[in-house]
Design a protein around this ligand. Structure first.
Ligand SMILES: Cc1cc2nc3c(=O)[nH]c(=O)nc-3n(C[C@H](O)[C@H](O)[C@H](O)COP(=O)(O)OP(=O)(O)OC[C@H]3O[C@@H](n4cnc5c(N)ncnc54)[C@H](O)[C@@H]3O)c2cc1C
Length: 448
């Protein structure tokens, strides 16, 4: 009998501003009895909830159960910067995407498949434009190096015939209010989400037809006859087929150990301010979304709801194989984010950063997902390589297709990827990965 005992549960350090300002519209239910189902999905992030919706589309009569260790949207799915990116950046130089031209084109098709699935969620469940905004995004450059990277990116976009527009310093200032940026590159296909609202909106749309249990960690998963049995604190679920949407925590279920890199990234959100509080034009138009021209720089977004705006800044990456980081680390990085924010908006030094938090990503060395049927009836939709709003949505869709036996050329292509490659043993991996990250962050300079 196979039995996986889960020894490590998710820990989310700091309060996500997105979650704090999002309103929950349905009650959280804890699993408190033993139940059976046709399908069990473990993890209620992008992967898990997308798998649930996809299964519902394939098998509307089946009983589907989702279990999450935490409350939905309190984990990474509700604490990211909300860029659903279609065009990987930087296409040629490998700064964001590592692929050649043909694979880049294939990746764009896959990303768009996931984005259109998410657009279906927004339409079906009535998500407003503050939650799901197909506005596109800008790669912002604040230095010579950033401008050169954007130019490189522009050339690769041209080569594959992707729509884009170059923005000069003046246009950047009109959009963001700050003179910090010297140029930008706009691509129209990205969607900007309020991540906590999106996850809650998706779960709310599903919850009449899918049983979602929160605060219900899976502590043990065992194979009993033709079923898998997942035990939680106060109950259990038995199902013939299980999809794991737990990202890096798949290691706790006995798979892909020594092959996944647990990376944390960090963000802070200001308190709310009104447009005239700091003088008009200080922060530009109501909503904008900037990715750094150098991927190791700062992601910065402004959102406005009912005339009240907030700015969110995300910086830094750290490799933490223990899958948890301290409050002290979050506070230290929040102080750096304060400096990055003040450099961009010096007139707003008195505006507090109200929320600061960290969140886990999962990367593989060869940039592939941890995907497939890992044991009989047990499917993995994990390891999103840092862009899970899109990649985990896709992994969830593909895992549901695979498990339900619904074939497609997309699934064939998605399955046709190698396994995540092995990492060097610790402490070499720790030393190596953290040194490379830190070197690249320092090189990013003013972009950070
Ligand atoms: C600050 C920050 C900014 C980011 N910005 C972006 C961005 O702009 N665009 C982008 O695409 N991505 C971004 N990301 C990454 C994105 O958040 C993740 O890629 C995404 O959340 C991964 O989705 P997922 O469903 O695979 O995993 P997760 O969101 O991590 O969900 C996994 C779920 O599994 C649950 N779980 C784990 N173990 C168990 C267990 N034993 N029992 C039950 N449940 C369990 C967890 O509680 C969790 O809810 C960012 C991340 C951070 C932290």
């Amino acid at each position: 009998m196979t039995r996986h005992v889960v020894k490590r549960l998710p820990v989310d350090t700091g309060i996500s501003g997105w979650e704090a300002i999002s309103q929950r519209r349905f009650p959280a239910t804890v699993l408190d009895r033993d139940i059976t189902a046709d399908w069990l999905i473990i993890g209620g992030g992008f992967a898990g909830l997308s798998a649930a919706r996809r299964l519902l589309q394939h098998r509307p009569e089946d009983k589907i159960v989702v279990l999450d260790a935490r409350e939905l949207a309190k984990g990474p799915a509700g604490r990211n910067s909300g860029f659903m990116i279609d065009v990987p950046h930087n296409l040629s130089s490998g700064e964001y995407s590592v692929a050649d031209e043909a694979s880049t084109k294939a990746e764009i098709v896959q990303n768009r498949l996931a984005i259109s699935f998410a657009a279906g969620v927004a339409a079906e469940f009535g998500l407003p434009s503050e939650t799901f905004d197909p506005s596109g995004k800008v790669n912002a450059a604040a230095s010579d190096r950033g401008l050169a990277l954007n130019d490189n990116y522009r050339r690769s976009l041209e080569k594959i015939g992707e729509d884009h527009r170059v923005l000069d310093a003046d246009e950047m200032r009109r959009m963001t209010g700050t003179t910090y940026y010297r140029g930008g590159l706009y691509t129209p296909g990205a969607v900007m989400i309020q991540p906590a609202d999106y996850i809650r909106g998706l779960a709310r749309g599903l919850h009449e037809r899918v049983s979602i249990f929160e605060h219900s960690p899976v502590l043990e998963l065992s194979r009993e006859g033709r079923h898998w049995k997942a035990r939680s604190n106060r109950g259990s679920v038995s199902a013939p087929k299980v999809i794991l949407g737990v990202n890096g925590h798949i290691e706790s279920f006995g798979h892909f150990r020594g092959r996944l890199m647990h990376i944390f990234t960090y963000a802070s959100m200001t308190s709310a301010f009104s447009q005239n509080e700091f003088g008009t034009d200080v922060t530009g138009v109501d909503r904008w979304a900037l990715l750094p021209a150098d991927p190791m720089g700062a992601t910065v977004r402004k959102v406005t709801v009912n005339g009240r705006s907030r700015i969110v800044i995300r910086t830094r990456f750290t490799y933490d194989p223990g899958l948890r980081v301290s409050d002290r680390r979050v506070a230290g990085i929040a102080a750096e984010q304060r400096r990055s924010f003040d450099a961009r908006f010096p007139q707003m030094e008195s505006l507090p950063l109200e929320f600061s938090w960290a969140g886990a990503l999962c990367l593989s060395r060869n940039h592939v997902p941890a995907f497939g049927e890992v044991e009989e009836g047990l499917y993995s939709a994990c390891c999103e390589n840092g862009l899970g709003t899109v990649k985990s949505t896709l992994a969830g869709m593909m895992a549901a297709d695979l498990a339900a036996g619904v074939g497609s050329p997309q699934l064939d292509q998605y399955r046709n990827q190698p396994e995540p490659s092995r990492l060097p043993p610790e402490p070499f991996a720790w030393l190596g990965v953290n040194s490379v990250i830190r070197f690249q962050e320092l090189r990013a300079g003013r972009e950070g």
